[in-house]
Ligand binder design. Structure first.
Ligand SMILES: Cc1ncc(COP(=O)(O)O)c(C=O)c1O
Ligand SMILES: N[C@@H](CCSC[C@H](N)C(=O)O)C(=O)O
Length: 444
């Protein structure tokens, strides 16, 4: 990372009205929001905090205006205004970031142009020779970026089974600069013990950064910063926005220095979230609680439906999930993504293609329900050999459950299962034709 500029006396004078400046000498808006409970006011329940904002808008606008402006006029030749250029800061984005800091239990939040953009900002904290410890069941794009860093930037990346804290301990050392975790993993829905791994990482190297990708759960269901993480990030494209109409990424932390370093990268590279997308993300966040509640209730019903008909279902809301207790020791809900296996790749393809209500699409967290085959779609950037080594079943079907009527979703899925030949009809209903053992490979 480039050495930060020192402030010239002129900039110091120009910025004297601001209490904090960034690594480049720009004034930093106070974070979190003045409406934050960290400023001493009563903390409401999360569903309330998601919608509650205090705006100082000159006309009392109830919703943050979109400051669709690249530049901001200054009142003096020294500059020094709170905003000068949207790459460096924009009032709509700042409003969103303050709100995010509040709901992510952080003192600083940053909004960028995608979830991968967020991980790019975070991994720029690394330098050649640094070691990263991460999972062997990761989102495909995360795996791709880490592979790039390994091949081109001299970063050493260890992929281990992060669902087994012992496997993580074995590779953690004083050289570990970052531990990058996802829970539940995408798409195998495996659970990672954040507090135990964070403790092990910090014991080995007090400067090691524990980073958690919280995309699958959102701040509605988990606050990784409260249980040992140093940085949390998520794809705002998913639950936070909820409608698949924007790409966004959010990052949050409690260490001001870390926050400033990441802000430096955002300003230096220009990946801050646009004013219009900041507005849309802010609007989406307000309905997070009600969407997540409905999506989760639907997901639970669908997981139980599939399991009761003999499918092997991976969902932390099911008691049969091998890490059910661990998940619920950290999280407030199971989320709305689940996966199941059929034992046969062609059969899975027929099921996916036979659904009508379920859109064949990557991504999750949207109000609409989606169905996909991760090995062909979201995780196709992980090569087939690596997928096999990581025991990712090629026949796995991922369901990302939306807010539709649960009976309609179940009816559509039932029809698709019958049409695809995945089940045998009996007088009592139907049952999966193939019972998938825990470690059985799917037939091609
Ligand atoms: C778990 C997870 N993390 C990060 C990302 C990256 O987010 P984005 O698509 O917004 O770049 C995704 C999906 O794309 C994801 O599923
Ligand atoms: N073609 C895209 C695939 C995006 S996958 C989006 C999402 N994270 C998911 O899991 O569905 C790419 O190459 O990144």
């Amino acid at each position: 990372m480039a050495t930060p500029n020192r402030l010239s006396p002129a900039s110091q004078a120009a910025n004297k009205v601001f209490t904090r400046v960034d690594l480049d000498g720009h004034a930093l808006p106070p974070s979190p929001a003045p409406s934050s409970p960290l400023s001493g006011r009563k903390r409401y329940a999360l569903a309330t905090e998601l919608v509650y904002t205090e705006s100082k808008d000159q006309y009392g606008a109830s919703s943050i205006p979109i400051y669709q402006s690249a530049t901001f006029k200054q009142t003096s030749s020294n500059g020094g205004g709170e905003y000068d250029y949207t790459r460096s800061g924009n009032p709509t984005r700042t409003h969103l970031e303050r709100h995010l800091a509040k709901i992510m239990n952080a003192t600083r939040a940053l909004a960028v142009s995608s979830g991968m953009g967020a991980l790019d900002v975070i991994t720029r904290l690394l330098k050649p020779g640094d070691e990263v410890v991460t999972g062997d069941d990761l989102y495909g794009g995360t795996n791709r970026l880490l592979t790039y860093l390994k091949n081109n930037q001299g970063v050493v990346v260890h992929h281990v089974d992060t669902t087994n804290a012992e496997c993580v301990r074995e590779v953690i050392s004083e050289k570990t600069a970052m531990v990058l975790l996802e829970t539940p993993t995408n798409p195998l829905m495996k659970i990672v013990d954040i507090p135990t791994i964070a403790r092990a990482a910090h014991e080995a190297n007090s400067k090691a950064l524990v980073v958690v990708d919280n995309t699958m759960l959102s701040p509605m269901l988990l606050n990784p910063l409260d249980i040992g993480a140093d940085i949390v990030y998520e794809s705002g494209t998913k639950y936070l926005s909820g409608h698949h109409d924007i790409m966004a990424g959010v990052i949050a932390c409690n260490d001001p220095e870390l926050g400033d370093k990441m802000y430096f990268t955002i300003n230096a590279t220009g990946c801050g979230l646009s004013p219009n997308d900041s507005f849309l993300l802010m609007r989406g966040v307000k309905t997070l609680a009600i969407r997540m509640e409905k999506q989760q209730a639907n997901a639970q019903r669908i997981a139980e439906f599939l399991e009761s008909h003999g499918f092997r279902v991976r969902y932390p809301g099911l008691k049969s999930h091998p890490q059910y207790d661990l998940h619920w020791s950290m999280a407030r809900g199971a989320g709305a993504v689940l996966s199941f296996e059929t034992g046969d790749i062609a059969l899975s393809e027929r099921i996916v293609e036979a659904t009508r209500l379920w859109g064949i699409s990557v991504s999750f967290g949207c109000v609409n329900s989606l169905i996909s085959m991760p090995c062909r779609m979201s995780h196709a950037s992980i090569d087939a050999k690596t997928r096999q080594e990581r025991q990712m079943p090629e026949d796995i079907i991922r369901l990302c459950v939306g807010i539709e009527d649960a009976d309609d979703l179940i009816d559509d899925l039932s029809r698709a299962l019958v049409q695809a030949g995945a089940v045998t009809l009996t007088l009592d209903g139907f049952n999966a034709n193939n019972v998938v053992a825990d470690d059985a490979p799917p037939s091609a």
